[in-house]
Write a protein that binds this ligand. Structure first.
Ligand SMILES: NC(=O)C1=CN([C@@H]2O[C@H](COP(=O)(O)OP(=O)(O)OC[C@H]3O[C@@H](n4cnc5c(N)ncnc54)[C@H](OP(=O)(O)O)[C@@H]3O)[C@@H](O)[C@H]2O)C=CC1
Ligand SMILES: O=C(O)[C@@H]1CCC=N1
Length: 319
């Protein structure tokens, strides 16, 4: 049955996820894109389970902190000429009311604010029996369980900014098989996140690494993309063409990995003509220790992500 989705803390990521969800409501993926035969069923494949069509929300509430953000979001979501469902945009003073009126809650605030929001007076009652999906880095399910009533189901997700154009990668925490609500919640999660790109379930113990690779990953990839374009500019390419060439080349290489399942090293070797120019570039990268630098970047990000939720202020009063 269609339901109301509340996005608590609708900033960069809330907007990215909601934009993707709304776009899917306006123009659902053609069935073949998620068909078991044509969707990547290689080891690189996304979750291909279809969710029941009525597992999608049809009403939306978002909350933000500042009045200027309220105005900005109203323009973003409701100036679509009456197309699609209405998105109500409210200020943080209406967090509890918004949760009380909704069925599924997407928690998108900063990790440091989670306890404050979830322990606000009246929030516990508002969350009774509901599904809370957190996208917060470093904030564990067991931490959130301390802040919500026992009847509230807590799920972790780690989407990324390309969700906005439905090219995202989302990892969802594994659901307990024994919970009778699991099939329904699984349908809701798949219906929300599958159309935003790719989506898979993983054990929560991997979430800090997942945060580094797919949550932060777009930033790292864009830095490399920018550097490739800079090199092109250095060698005389116009800036916009250099960016286009680098972006499409990265997308093409990534798609080959996803669609063929061939190891990236083998694809790299297939570009590297003996005595050719690619090996000259690869050796320059190896001299710069790019591989260990990138791997260490993921390691450092993972370790930092693990600490993010720990700095949350813990209000002492739970109503
Ligand atoms: N950015 C990314 O690429 C990713 C982020 N994440 C996670 O997503 C979460 C949000 O990150 P991001 O979107 O970048 O952060 P933003 O700062 O862009 O968004 C946070 C939002 O929370 C709002 N807010 C602040 N206080 C309150 C309150 N008391 N009640 C309701 N809303 C409030 C802010 O409103 P206002 O704008 O008015 O201040 C803002 O819109 C983080 O937990 C992060 O770990 C996960 C994956 C990727
Ligand atoms: O930088 C951050 O903390 C968030 C989490 C993943 C991406 N952005």
């Amino acid at each position: 049955m269609p339901y109301q989705l509340c996005i608590l803390g609708c900033g960069t990521m809330g907007v990215a996820v909601l934009s993707g969800v709304l776009d899917n409501l306006r123009a659902p993926n053609p069935p073949e894109q998620h068909d078991e035969d044509s969707a990547p069923s290689t080891p690189m494949g996304s979750m291909i389970l279809e969710a029941a069509p009525d597992s999608l929300p049809d009403r939306f509430i978002t909350t933000v902190n500042r009045l200027e953000t309220v105005k900005k979001l109203r323009r973003t979501f409701n100036d679509l000429g009456g197309l699609g469902p209405t998105v109500q945009v409210r200020q943080a003073t209406e967090n509890v009311k918004s949760v009380a009126e909704s069925d599924v809650i997407l928690l998108c605030c900063k990790p440091q604010l989670a306890a404050l929001l979830l322990l606000a007076p009246g929030m516990s009652e508002a969350l009774e029996g509901k599904l809370l999906i957190s996208i917060l880095a470093g904030t564990t399910i067991s931490m959130m369980r301390e802040w919500v009533p026992a009847s509230c189901t807590v799920v972790r997700s780690m989407p990324n900014t390309p969700s906005k154009i439905r090219e995202g990668m989302t990892v969802l925490s594994t659901l307990p098989p024994s919970d009778p609500k699991t099939p329904l919640n699984r349908d809701i999660l798949m219906a929300l996140f599958n159309p935003l790109g790719k989506c898979r379930f993983m054990d929560e113990k991997h979430f800090d690494a997942v945060t580094a690779v797919c949550g932060s990953g777009p930033a790292f990839v864009c830095l490399v993309l920018e550097a490739m374009a800079d090199g092109g500019v250095m060698m005389g390419l116009p800036r916009s063409e250099a960016v286009e060439l680098a972006a499409q080349t990265m997308q093409g290489a990534a798609r080959m990995v996803l669609q063929t399942g061939i190891h990236p090293a083998a694809l790299k070797d297939s570009v590297t003509t003996p005595g050719g120019c690619t090996i000259a570039g690869l050796l320059a990268l190896e001299d710069g220790r790019v591989r260990s630098t990138v791997a260490r970047c993921i390691q450092a990000t993972t370790m930092h992500a693990a600490g993010l939720g720990k700095s949350a202020p813990s209000p002492v009063i739970k109503d």
